[in-house]
Write a protein that binds this ligand. Structure first.
Ligand code: NAP
Length: 309
């Protein structure tokens, strides 16, 4: 092979390597190899305050239980999702664990989050609950473990989580549904600062002030219910549709892109393969400043889940 041939061969090899990695996981889902050429090679990551990298887009699993949960998790991973969000209270950790196993993807390529439920708060109970979660998932470590809600013995639970973190059983520890005061209390009484605060965030509850304070704390914000579960007609909201129309994108994609551009991790949940794919297609367009401004006007500045507060 002369030099030119060799160059061409290398170029072809590089093309195949990059293009294939970009689309291989799509083809695993039974789709055409080049069906989604715009899908990025890997989902971008954010670096948490302890140096751990976490995908900025993941897969939520609430309500996906038993055989459905198992199937959806395996399918989501085959399509390219690497961050999987579960919790003890979702009663699906076993199903999620089976889905992970069935996906055939190496454990170290995945980022698995679970959460400590309110009934298990306190030093001893938190430790036991963590091992129950780990056993149910069939894993030997978690990437992220969160205090699900600021209830009961937060201090004792956090101490247990700090110890598990120091033993290498958890790569990062964090909280969910904490306000500033609850974060202040926790930080004042602990050795390790939370890496994450997972809170309700979507177009109708934008939590801009919370994001400002989390930035000051050095805590990464993660959005739960990025679609508000479709409440307030998010999927057909005409303001979001008007923006989406410019880019040939759906309201779901505009919502996820808007979170991505704010630097917020999102974990949309779906039981449908076409929605799993759709929700990944957010890296090939960019919302303008005007689009972002128009979305910020949709903020109702209140929870869409009053029954949970
Ligand atoms: N920390 C906490 O307290 C907390 C609380 C709630 C949730 N979470 C986590 O956050 C995750 C996401 O929140 P969520 O599950 O409450 O709600 P969500 O992701 O806002 O919405 C889920 C709903 O959106 C639909 N959907 C998904 N993609 C769609 C698309 N492209 N087009 C149209 N409809 C679509 C799904 O229906 P289909 O199945 O029909 O697609 C499902 O009904 C949860 O699964 C859980 O992991 C955490």
């Amino acid at each position: 092979m002369d030099k030119l041939d060799k160059n061409a061969a290398w170029k072809r090899r590089d093309f195949i390597k990059t293009t294939f990695t970009a689309t291989a996981f799509v083809s695993l889902g039974g789709l055409d190899l080049f069906a989604f050429p715009s899908l990025e090679k890997t989902i971008k990551t954010v670096t948490l305050n302890n140096g751990v990298k976490m995908p900025i887009l993941g897969f939520g699993t609430m309500d996906l239980r038993d055989a459905l949960g198992e199937k959806c998790v395996a399918e989501a991973i085959s399509l390219g999702y690497r961050l999987i969000d579960t919790a003890f209270i979702y009663s699906n950790e076993e199903a999620v664990g089976k889905g992970i196993k069935n996906s055939g993807i190496k454990r170290e390529e995945l980022f698995v989050t679970s959460k400590l439920w309110v009934d298990d708060m306190g030093y001893e109970k938190a430790k036991a609950a963590f091992y129950t979660t780990l056993n149910k998932l069939g894993l030997d470590y978690l990437d992220l473990y969160l205090i699900h809600r600021p209830r009961g013995d937060v201090k004792g639970s956090w101490k247990a989580m700090e110890e598990l973190y120091n033993e290498g059983k958890i790569k990062a520890i964090g909280v969910s549904n904490f306000d500033n005061k609850q974060l202040d209390d926790l930080i004042a009484n602990s050795k390790i600062k939370p890496a994450i605060n997972q809170i309700e965030t979507h177009a109708f509850f934008q939590e801009e002030k919370a994001q400002e304070s989390l930035n000051k704390y050095g805590i990464q914000m993660e959005a739960w219910a990025p679609f508000a579960e479709g409440r307030n007609s998010l999927f057909v909201d005409k303001n979001l549709s008007l923006i989406g129309k410019k880019y040939n994108k759906t309201n779901a994609q505009v919502s996820l892109r808007w979170l991505y551009q704010r630097g917020i991790i999102a974990i949309p949940r779906t039981s449908k393969k076409e929605h799993m794919i759709e929700n990944l297609q957010i890296f090939d367009f960019e919302l303008t400043k005007e689009d972002m401004k128009a979305i910020s006007k949709l903020d109702l500045n209140k929870t869409q889940f009053p029954e949970w507060t």
